[in-house]
Write a protein that binds this ligand. Structure first.
Ligand code: ADP
Ligand code: MG
Length: 325
């Protein structure tokens, strides 16, 4: 038989949108030292949109500031263009067509954003084949007989390629504004374009961090996204510690690292790549709208996708299990 207090606890939890799959974890929650949040889709809405594009070219664009314009604002077909073949080959339209083609049917939020942006511009997806998903890095496919990659800084590092100066300037500016940047790479050597994507921090995330701090719990953040974006979001939310550009296989080792410092750690995440970290954590908390894999790996599921429910969960754990002692 289930002890009465525990039974009350789980039904109260359920009323609060907290689904307890593992009671031991729920009990442990009262002693948490650190809560580690995944960034994208957990602290942020994960509804990314493309807000900028920069096309690299050996030949300068038509006018001097067209590149700067693209770096900050939405893009626009206006402005004189050079006739050089290279420039024509990789204008924004082609960049969107190829990027949308390479994403194929990827379910990643970045893929959705790229396809939507291409569609909004009336750009047809370039036909692609040989799709490959490079977990934590990006995607790869063959377009017009050329291998094409699309992915973030981890991918650029893996391919060991240099970013053209204009792309670096675009990425720096985008990063300073907490935008995620992905790069379109041809032949594994040439970065032909970069896209900036904006995500929105959930309103509830501010309150969650504040309330956890008030309880004396440290807040950490984990992301596959760039250092720039991670720093900006961490500063914005007042997060104590963050880990950026973390590959999917490394997510659980970050949790392990905190545990080896003697901390009792909760991990909150939504993605397939968060599953090992959710399993590793003392308390694995899955976001309800997240992937099935994450939900399976979680001890507790936040049905309403609200990070503040982490706070409620800790309070409930403290209140319920105190009674049992
Ligand atoms: P997270 O959920 O923390 O953002 P992911 O492992 O899903 O981590 O992605 C890490 C990074 O890999 C992304 O920020 C992006 O740079 C790149 N990436 C992953 N999937 C894609 C994709 N389908 N298209 C483009 N870039 C991708
Ligand atoms: Mg995520």
């Amino acid at each position: 038989a289930v002890p009465l207090v525990v039974a009350i606890n789980t039904s109260t939890a359920a009323e609060n949108g907290i689904l307890v799959r593992d009671r031991i974890a729920m009990e442990e929650a009262r002693n948490l030292d650190t809560v580690m949040f995944d960034k994208t889709g957990t602290l942020t809405k994960g509804e990314q949109g493309v807000v900028g594009v920069s096309v690299a070219s050996g030949t300068p664009r038509g006018d001097a500031d067209s590149e700067a314009q693209s770096a900050t604002g939405r893009s626009h077909g206006a402005g004189p263009r050079e006739e050089a073949a290279d420039v024509r080959a990789w204008d924004e339209e082609r960049a969107f067509a190829v990027a949308a083609g390479v994403e194929g049917d990827s379910e990643h939020m970045i893929a959705r954003a790229i396809r939507t942006a291409a569609q909004e511009r009336g750009v047809q997806r370039a036909p692609a084949s040989n799709f490959e998903n490079l977990r934590g890095l990006g995607v790869r496919a063959t377009v017009d007989g050329d291998p094409v990659h699309l992915g973030g800084p981890n991918l650029v590092e893996k391919l060991d390629i240099e970013r053209p100066p204009a792309i670096t300037a675009f990425a720096d500016e985008a990063g300073a504004n907490a935008r995620t940047v992905v790069y379109l790479v041809r032949d594994e050597t040439d970065i032909v374009a970069a896209f900036a994507l904006a995500d929105v921090v959930r309103e509830e995330s501010y309150r969650a961090v504040e309330a956890l701090h008030a309880m004396g719990i440290e807040v950490a953040m984990l992301t596959g996204d760039s250092e720039d974006v991670a720093r900006a979001v961490a500063e914005e939310l007042g997060i104590d510690q963050y880990f950026a550009e973390v590959l999917p296989d490394e997510k659980d080792t970050k949790v392990k690292r905190l545990q080896s410092e003697g901390k009792l750690v909760a991990m909150v995440g939504d993605g397939v790549n968060d599953a090992p970290a959710l399993t590793r954590a003392d308390v694995g908390i899955a976001i309800g709208s997240g992937t099935d894999v994450a939900i399976e790996a979680g001890d507790i599921v936040l049905v309403d996708n609200d990070p503040v429910d982490v706070v409620r969960l800790v309070r409930l754990s403290k209140a319920s299990y105190r009674k049992m002692q």
